[in-house]
Ligand binder design. Sequence first.
Ligand SMILES: Cc1ncc(COP(=O)(O)O)c(C=O)c1O
Ligand SMILES: *[C@@H]1O[C@H](CO)[C@@H](O)[C@H](O)[C@H]1NC(C)=O
Length: 500
Amino acid sequence: MYVSKCTNKIKAYYGIFRYTQRRLVSSEHTPQLPQCDFKPLQFKSQLKSTSLDSIKRNVNACFAQMYSDPMVISQGHMQYVWDTSGKRYLDMFGGIVTVSVGHCHPTLVEALSKQASKLWHVSRAHVYEEIYDYSAKLAQRLPSSLSTIFLCNSGSEANDLALVLARLYTQSFDFIALRNAYHGCSSAAMGLTAIGTWKYNFPNGFGIHHTLNPDPYRGKYGGKACRDSMFQVNRECDCKVNECVACDSYIADLEDVLNTSCSQKKIAGFIAESIQGIGGVVQYPKNYLKRAAELIRKRGGVFISDEVQTGFGRTGTHFWGFQNHDVTPDIVTMAKGIGNGFPLAAVATTAEIASAMNEALYFNTYAGNPLASAVGSKVLDIIDEEHLQENSRILGSRFSIGLNGLMNQFDNVIGDVRGKGLMIGVELVSDKVKKTPLSKAAVGAILDDCKEMGLIIGKGGAFGNVLRIKPPMCINDADIKFAIEVLEKCFENHNRREKI
Ligand SMILES: Cc1ncc(COP(=O)(O)O)c(C=O)c1O
Ligand SMILES: *[C@@H]1O[C@H](CO)[C@@H](O)[C@H](O)[C@H]1NC(C)=O
């Protein structure tokens, strides 16, 4: 087990709780990154020019850069990255929820190097041990029914395959996804995705229908007890215990889509993230997924859980996000955290559903090759050995409490704090009652400010107004304390800019 040089714990855990009570930092105080003894390499650029514009010339530009003045990142170690000037940052976004166990985790680097000097690649037409070892290990983490693993290269590819599996197995075409979902960018996955900024203007998504997003904060329905989160939406309702009108209403909408848009004979399936990621950390009313899966199965379809962001212990209480919803999927797709940044993804399903693929040949060159399998296998070991699921549970709660304290303090701009474990969202608004999304420029200024102070966080949501906090699961209390202090400064600066 690797003991990080960056795990100096702060003594008083209750320090975080105090954020809820009072302002922690004076306006003169500059938040200090927790101590880290790791020494990054001296940066030596291999590029002919260090001007950003010239180095970017040959790279496609269809993905937005996060900062107005981006740093060039040159090294990573656990929860930190360094830019080319040697400045250190706490990475609370983990390369979009991908760096699960830590940047360049030494044990993982060792396993990768060992495999790299032994065997990189042989075709699946040959037998090699690594893929069998790893697939068995991964299957052990899943419900026993999901015993067949397909390894892939990316989340989009995994979702494409899941869609094909569902259609072949059911011999049906109609498929349901949620509005505000993100399932990938390949032409098939794009049909599942339902956030306009990710959709191109060409035919996609035949047979895919999008139902109302069960978002208790911004959606049509929602109330004071909908969420499986430490904090509920700021919305009233008359629901009694064990009653959720919002859930009933969203399920009725799903039923309406099934009645009106789909073949009445049979459908292929339904896909959902356990907590929406790119959509802005949206959590559905409790029981929504369970009831949706029941409804879908009644119509002959299968339920696919997209665990690309919520898997591998991130939600803290469970290893998989779907376990928080008390539902067992027929197909599970995973990527991102599965390989800590190594291109690896997977689909897990029942032997029966998997056999639907046997009528023809299916393979992809790289997936599950010895290198990828060795990495995936070691990631699972590290999550166990370093108790990262437990860390997500405990630190996620402390983080959420700190953020909720900030919401009380900056009531004008923080509309909602939500999430589970180390999958946290902070929705920013310019009008708390109308829930007007905070402008792109204002969100951008907050992110820029964070970056200047050494904190990287993400953003998401259909309006780009949700701060997304999904760090490598190895963070510690000192990191949280620092992040909260920086965010406090950022909101103070925001209010100063807005003259509030
Ligand atoms: C929930 C979810 N599903 C699927 C994908 C697609 O994964 P990839 O980018 O590896 O194709 C993503 C990527 O962000 C995602 O967040
Ligand atoms: C869908 O159709 C079924 C069967 O006809 C019906 O019982 C149900 O009320 C319908 N649901 C909605 C939301 O219209």
